[in-house]
Design a protein around this ligand. Structure first.
Ligand SMILES: Cc1cc2nc3c(=O)[nH]c(=O)nc-3n(C[C@H](O)[C@H](O)[C@H](O)COP(=O)(O)OP(=O)(O)OC[C@H]3O[C@@H](n4cnc5c(N)ncnc54)[C@H](O)[C@@H]3O)c2cc1C
Length: 430
């Protein structure tokens, strides 16, 4: 058990996908790392549990892919979309990605089929793996309350553990402490008081058993009452599904035509009871007690500061969630990998300044920025019910449109075509 006053090369606050990935890569660079988390693993995390191909690329690199396959999981071989007008289309993820394409120099360009894994399972795999790595020490049940400063530079952390105040020091502190990151708050890298609600999504998830018609597809339903946003049904393990919905905070605060603010929970439960697409499927289903939970998604449609004097932020702490799909696990893992690389370079250069870490921000935005911008455009397009109706109807009735969308969903670069007017003109002639 780490003792108060100890010094490490790096302290990682948070052992979720972002923090555990950072620690595992830091170990490869031989850096003495302490990972602290307020929870004790395995722990739940409110999520849709969809693990995209981007996460799988990092899992493969760490040698963790087979571990996930051994644990309870569901496959996500494709996606079913439904439109507000009721049209439904199934778009498969391409089964095999050409290995030559995988070598594309822009990393993580091609999307592979993914998994759905409960976060209690998935995050535990990543945390246990990090814990086993050389040079990595972990401390669970430690809640960060403050940072230690040397002048303007972050030099460590303070927090509570079993009623005791502990303090640890390090050359670099990594904020991987999620959406309401204390590290981001204390370093003033992000102003939570003045946050822009357009870039935050509010969402909930709940598990159900015995829902009918569940396949190896994840399901995204654009339905009245939850626009702009969507209702999802994701298959999990042991006959369970993860059901949830998410909407942009600005819209959650805005009264609708009836003068009332949207109520995602009430609308979603009503959908399950009476919507033609869901009522039969949920008729004999039971809610798994105690699993309803809501949380926040800070989106990468806003480019935040990701580092400063003696610190870097990864994953949700840096607000890196995809604003269209709501995926944040992959970006948390990818940013963790880049953070570890820049930190290793900082040790080589013996430079822990904000100027040195700036290259980390640049690397992240170079790798993820374009995709996040495209997703923001798609999110905005999702405000137009007529457009959703048109695309999904065309895709449902025209195999060529389906293929074109499948191709675009598989290739992050082509995905941007979905956000451009030319695709919609072409679609009318396919
Ligand atoms: C309802 C919902 C559905 C979602 N669905 C999906 C999905 O299907 N697929 C997807 O890819 N993403 C999804 N996301 C986003 C995804 O959950 C996050 O992007 C992801 O968890 C980010 O990982 P992280 O490691 O940055 O943070 P987290 O997973 O939040 O981990 C942060 C860790 O920090 C610890 N911590 C926090 N504060 C402190 C403190 N003060 N001291 C010590 N430890 C602390 C926490 O205990 C936690 O373990 C969803 C989010 C929500 C809310």
């Amino acid at each position: 058990m780490p003792r108060t006053g100890e010094t490490y090369d790096v302290i990682v606050v948070g052992g979720g996908p972002g923090g555990s990935t950072t620690a595992s890569y830091l170990s490869r660079h031989g850096l003495k790392t302490l990972v602290v988390d307020k929870a004790t693993f395995p722990r739940d995390k409110t999520c849709g549990d969809a693990i995209s191909g981007k996460s799988i690329s990092v899992l493969r690199e760490l040698g963790l892919h087979a571990w996930v396959e051994r644990e309870p999981h569901a496959r996500a071989d494709g996606v079913v979309f439904s439109a507000p007008n009721g049209y439904t289309v199934e778009i498969p993820f391409p089964k095999k990605v050409d290995p030559a394409k995988m070598k594309d120099q822009r990393e993580h360009r091609y999307i592979q089929p993914g998994y759905v894994v409960r976060r209690e399972v998935y995050d535990n795999i990543l945390f246990q793996f990090a814990q086993k790595q050389e040079h990595v020490t972990t401390l669970e049940g430690f809640t960060l309350t403050d940072l230690v400063w040397e002048g303007k530079k972050v030099a460590g952390i303070k927090g509570k553990h079993g009623g005791k105040e502990l303090e640890f020091r390090a050359k670099v502190v990594v904020g991987a402490d999620g959406a309401l990151s204390k590290v981001a708050e204390k370093t003033k890298a992000y102003d939570f008081e003045d946050k822009h609600h357009d870039h935050w999504i509010g969402a909930f998830r709940v598990y159900f058993k015995d829902v009918k018609g569940v396949t190896d597809n994840i399901e995204i339903h654009f339905v009245e009452g939850l626009l702009p946003g969507y209702f999802w049904i994701f298959p999990v393990d042991n006959g369970m599904v993860n059901v949830g919905a998410g909407m942009i905070e600005t819209d959650l605060r805005k009264p609708g035509k009836d003068g009332k603010k949207p109520n995602m929970k009430a609308t979603s439960y009503e959908l399950m009871k009476s919507h033609p697409l869901f009522k039969e499927r949920f008729a004999g289903a039971t809610e798994v007690p105690g699993t309803y939970a809501g949380w926040l998604l800070p989106c990468g449609s806003e480019r935040r500061q990701l580092s400063g004097e003696g610190f870097v932020l990864v994953g949700d702490a840096g607000g890196l969630i995809d604003p269209f799909s709501g995926e944040g696990i992959g970006n948390a893992m990818v940013s963790g990998k880049y953070a570890a690389l820049r930190i290793a370079e900082a040790f080589q250069a013996n430079d822990f300044s904000a100027g040195f870490f700036k290259a980390y921000d640049e690397r992240v935005w170079q790798a993820l920025g374009h995709e996040l911008d495209t997703s923001y455009k798609l999110q905005q397009m999702g405000r137009h019910t007529w457009l959703l109706n048109l695309i999904i109807k065309r895709a449902a009735t025209k195999p060529k449109v389906r293929e074109a969308i499948s191709d675009m969903l598989a290739d992050r670069e082509k995905k941007e075509e979905l956000a451009g007017w030319w695709f919609y003109v072409k679609m009318l002639f396919l």
